[in-house]
Design a protein around this ligand. Structure first.
Ligand SMILES: O=C(O)[C@H](O)[C@H](O)[C@@H](O)CO
Ligand SMILES: [Mg+2]
Length: 390
């Protein structure tokens, strides 16, 4: 099998979006005095889709959401020439070729995200070429079905948050992730508001459910050290990305406090990036995203590393490219799950581009044994609501 064509297209949403609300999620910009900008970092309204054709007539799909236009340029200019004419079954060679050829500038961030998109579609092709789902090529079915957690609960009116939690509790979810709205810049009032929101959600979901807390890099070490003892009584399963991804010492210090497990990884890249997190005991839960970290080839290696370190893997975002990794390893106990909503932050955009994503039932996801590859096709229903950049 040889690669004969590579096509990267950026889908830019121009349809209806839910306008950003103030303080709906703490984030790395909050510490800067530019409140009107803080929401802008929160728009994943574009997605680059990579389609690769082979001389055997197969088409594989990959995807990337970080800086999608830049990722497309990287794919068009640097990665496509590296894989044209190659055999997708040489995926380790091809992943190394892309990683090493762009290493001078691409070993973190959008460089790795672009490599991830190409690698994901290689595996889609592999599965299709042997009529097997990708997870069967990675280790097979380690779970009858995948437990997943409901992920949204952005900070808004507490009654609204409670109604949202109630709705999805009734749908059978047994785990929830909520977002803090405030951080160091919001002083003690922000601390109070943060604690009130956790209390409100716990009041609805009770303590027979998992609750995870998302900071999205919006706090800092000093603020988190103050918050952790106040949060302990809510028994969170983890506190996610309290500090910026580069503050690995900060992660390690917070995790060593052993008050609330610290999670992270959605903004970390490559096998070596996760080796560093694990060696320094920076996180108690690893959360790479397969469409960022280096693709399925790289994520599969990180799964093995996490198994050896006994650190669970709960990939960022759910979505099919991650579900296959979670299904195929005991190191990954569950998936994140964004239900399909009106486009807001953009995590939900995946549903407007692809068909085939599993819908959670009673807090579980299922992957089928009889659907080859990733199991995705391009959706046509919303095409007119995208500006598509060829
Ligand atoms: O963990 C997550 O789901 C991510 O951090 C979200 O994509 C981001 O929107 C913050 O909630
Ligand atoms: Mg997160």
């Amino acid at each position: 099998m040889k690669i004969t064509k590579v096509r990267a297209r950026t889908f830019e949403w121009k349809g209806k979006t839910v306008p950003p609300q103030g303080n709906f999620c703490s984030n790395a910009m909050d510490l800067l005095y530019s409140p009107q900008e803080t929401m802008k970092t929160f728009r994943f309204h574009g997605w680059t889709v990579v389609e690769i054709e082979t001389d055997t007539g197969l088409v594989g799909y990959g995807n990337v959401a970080l800086a999608p236009r830049i990722a497309k340029e990287i794919i068009d200019q640097y990665l496509s020439p590296l894989i044209m004419g190659q055999d997708p079954w040489d995926y380790e060679y091809l992943n190394q070729r892309m990683y090493r050829a762009t290493h001078a500038w691409g070993r973190k961030g959008v460089g790795m995200a672009a490599i991830s998109a190409v690698d994901i579609e290689l595996w889609d092709l592999l599965g299709k070429s042997v009529d097997k789902p990708v997870f069967k090529l990675l280790g097979g079915r380690t779970k009858e079905k995948i437990p997943c957690y409901y992920s949204k609960l952005y900070r808004t009116d507490l009654n609204e948050m409670q109604k949202e939690a109630e709705t999805y509790l009734k749908q059978g979810f047994k785990a929830f992730k909520m977002r803090f709205g405030y951080g160091p810049a919001h002083l003690q009032q922000g601390v109070t508001e943060n604690l009130k929101s956790v209390e409100a959600v716990r009041e609805v979901i009770g303590y027979d459910t998992d609750l995870m807390l998302e900071c999205y890099m919006g706090w800092n070490l000093e603020y988190t050290k103050r918050m952790l003892p106040k949060l302990a009584r809510f028994q969170p399963r983890w506190l996610e990305e309290p500090v910026i991804a580069d503050d690995i010492d900060g992660y390690a210090e917070l995790n060593a406090m052993n008050i609330v497990p610290i999670s992270g990884g959605e903004h970390e890249f490559s096998l070596y990036g996760f080796k560093q997190l694990l060696d320094r005991k920076a996180v108690s839960v690893v959360q790479y995203d397969t469409n960022r970290v280096g693709g399925i080839t790289m994520a599969h290696k990180i799964n093995a590393l996490c198994e050896a370190y006994s650190v669970p893997v709960v990939p960022h975002a759910g979505q099919m490219h991650n579900y296959h990794l979670t299904m195929s390893t005991l190191a990954s106990p569950m998936s994140e799950y964004f239900p399909m909503f009106d486009v807001e932050v953009g995590n939900e955009l995946f549903y407007y581009i692809f068909d085939g994503e599993p819908v959670a039932e009673d807090g579980f996801l299922q992957l089928r044994d009889d659907v080859p590859g990733l199991g995705l096709t391009l959706k046509t229903e919303y095409l007119d609501q995208f500006n598509i950049v060829e």
